[in-house]
Ligand binder design. Structure first.
Ligand code: SAM
Length: 249
């Protein structure tokens, strides 16, 4: 799968993905917010911002947000939402591997929620890491997420969500494509994620000027688990996601 095909998939998937997703909302979002702490007046870059979900949440907490995504459909949705609610978020349609419109050493923080899982090659992944390094201030923080390795061979088939591996899953087989299909209100879209070992996910950051601050293995709250059991069941026992907090050296 080439980067161009990946972009095409995200042009199609943008709208359906923008529908609030229970696992994002009740597992990853609280973990990201806790890990960032007070974001007031912080300049934050949302890498692969999609429809601007995190830009809006963090802007409400008085962060100064910039969202970048290569999908024109996503950026269109983000700008439409922005007009309705919030001033002061800047959106750019661009590949996050090359963001010449952003200044060096500018951002305090960056966030990338479930973005690097969609990047099909290590070469491209490293280009993105180097670009994030350029635009972050020294000591700046980036938090990234992916599916948790304890759950790497998950195959799921529900009415709402289907996840399949393209070939027999082996943990050590980095970049195995995972086919994902979401159906919401009868609208069904597919895209491809790429499994990476933790070594292949984290070490490129450590080799390119970052150090690891901590890992986070989020669980849903008891309340959310009870209310949205259909979507969250099992996530209290086997972590579905892992967040990695890194600091620019
Ligand atoms: C799984 S979605 C996550 C969206 C958003 N971070 C969220 O959690 O709501 C992945 C997003 O990354 C974007 N993306 C993937 N590769 C990209 C690249 N190389 N440059 C810019 N955006 C990219 C896609 O268009 C898509 O919006």
């Amino acid at each position: 799968m080439h980067n161009m095909e990946n972009k095409k998939q995200w042009e199609k998937a943008a709208k359906t993905y923008s529908t609030p997703h229970i696992r994002k909302k009740f597992i990853r979002t609280p973990a990201f917010l806790k890990a960032f702490g007070n974001v007031k007046n912080k300049k934050i870059l949302d890498l692969g911002c999609g429809d601007g979900y995190y830009c809006r949440i963090l802007a409400k907490k008085k962060a100064k947000m910039t969202g970048v995504d290569f999908s024109s459909a996503s950026i269109k949705l983000a700008k439409k939402e922005k007009e309705k609610h919030i001033e002061g978020i800047h959106y750019f349609q661009s590949d996050i591997a090359k963001m010449p419109f952003l200044k060096d050493n500018y951002f305090d923080y960056a966030i990338a929620d479930m973005v690097f899982v969609t990047i099909p090659t290590q070469k491209k992944y490293i280009q993105v890491i180097q670009e994030v390094h350029r635009v972050l201030k020294n000591g700046g923080t980036v938090i990234i997420s992916k599916g948790h390795p304890a759950n790497f061979n998950r195959v799921e088939k529900s009415k709402f969500y289907k996840l399949n591996y393209a070939r027999e899953p082996s943990y050590f087989d980095s970049l195995t494509p995972q086919h994902v299909q979401i159906t919401i209100n009868g609208d069904s879209v597919k895209w491809t994620n790429y499994h990476r070992t933790l070594e292949d996910f984290v070490n490129p950051w450590l080799k390119n000027g970052f150090m690891m601050e901590k890992i986070i293995e989020p669980q849903p709250t008891h309340g959310a688990l009870k209310k949205f059991n259909q979507y969250l069941k099992g996530t209290e026992k086997i972590p579905f996601f892992i967040l990695i907090k890194l600091k620019k050296k």
